[in-house]
Write a protein that binds this ligand. Structure first.
Ligand code: MRU
Length: 339
């Protein structure tokens, strides 16, 4: 898949996407033809990142609509699609974008499969323009808070084109800043346990020729104390009405360290990542993943047999630790976000 092509698209009959599990070693394309394929791709993180799983979920409903609805099937077909939609929406619980996107295409179900596909296509196009607007606002938010000529930016997980239909959120912002000659170096947390930073963000930065180094997650606070970080930029999976942010596990620790060192901590995420039905971040459902991700590495067990693991995929950063949350609508400082 070429850098200018979206990492997820509809080829007329199926979803075509880059298999993120194979990166950076192999550029393997996946062709998803059934709802079960889509659910497997989402749960195994072949497709990952909040906006991308939303779009995959929406296209999963398209597959279901073509499979179950032909003229005359009416209620029975619609019920089958709604059941598939419920399975798709619950494939991963934390990113609100998934349920949001599935619900949005479902509103077109009674108009037929072509209408469901048309809505999913609009959403992919929208994600592109939302990325652009968000990045413009975020670049301004960073430069307002970090007026120095050239920046050292720390980021976590992967929030680039692999996680969206276009340039990305936080990583899209970093690429735009780099293009404007404003980036000295990006420090990339490896992002244990699945290494989205080391495997995917480093891959995107190398592709764009942006200077970067990867560090273990636990080196981030030390890097801040040594003056190696001017700003932290991350994405989000769900943002509550008061601005608490769920994002990849480790984000909360970064925010605490950044606050301690007086370093701006900026979240870049689309409006579709907001869940205003929740006030408090403690109400966000956090996905717990398999112990194997922590108790072994590259298929080799690293812990004694029988050792159990605590493996939350996300954590919640309270609004009080966040300098700014940027969406396509502009820059909010958490104190302006109303509950
Ligand atoms: O488990 P993942 O890799 O899907 O987690 C992704 C993240 O936490 C991202 O930061 C978030 O989805 C924003 S992607 C633009």
């Amino acid at each position: 898949m070429h850098p200018d092509q979206p990492s997820l698209r509809w080829d007329g009959e199926a979803i075509v996407t880059l298999d993120q599990r194979a990166l950076p070693h192999e550029r393997r394309l996946l062709r998803l033809t059934t709802v079960d394929d889509v659910i497997a791709a989402i749960t195994t993180l072949a497709v990952r990142g909040a906006p991308s799983i939303g779009l995959a979920g929406a296209l999963g409903v398209v597959l279901s609509a073509y499979a179950h609805c032909s003229p005359g099937t009416g209620d029975t077909g619609w019920e089958a699609v709604r059941a598939d939609a419920r399975r798709l929406a619950s494939a991963r619980p934390t990113a609100v974008n998934l349920a949001w996107a599935v619900d949005r295409v479902l509103t077109k179900l009674t108009d037929g499969p072509d209408a469901v596909l048309a809505e999913a296509t609009v959403m992919i196009d929208e994600d592109r323009s939302v990325n652009r607007q968000m990045v413009d606002h975020a670049v301004r938010a960073v430069l307002d808070r970090c007026p120095q000529r050239s920046l050292r930016i720390l980021t976590h997980c992967n929030t680039g084109r692999l996680a969206t239909a276009a340039v990305g959120t936080a990583l899209g912002t970093i690429l735009a800043l780099a293009e404007a000659g404003k980036v000295t170096e990006v420090l990339v947390d490896e992002t244990r346990p699945l290494l989205q930073g080391a495997r995917l963000t480093a891959w995107e930065l190398a592709e764009a020729d942006v200077p970067h180094r990867v560090c273990v997650d636990s080196a981030a606070a030390a890097a801040m104390s040594q003056g190696l970080v001017d700003c932290v930029l991350v994405g989000a999976d769900r943002i509550t009405a008061r601005g608490d942010v769920a994002n990849k596990i480790g984000t909360y620790a970064l925010a605490i360290a950044a606050a301690h060192h007086g370093i701006p901590f900026i979240v870049v995420a689309p409006e579709s990542s907001w869940d205003r039905s929740l006030a408090d971040g403690r109400d966000i459902v956090i996905e717990e993943r398999d112990a194997d991700e922590v108790t072994s590495y590259g298929g080799i067990r690293t812990t004694p047999l029988g050792t159990r693991a605590y493996n939350p995929a996300f954590d919640v950063t309270p609004a009080s630790l966040i300098s700014a949350i940027v969406s396509e609508h502009g820059v909010h400082s958490p104190s302006e976000v109303t509950a």
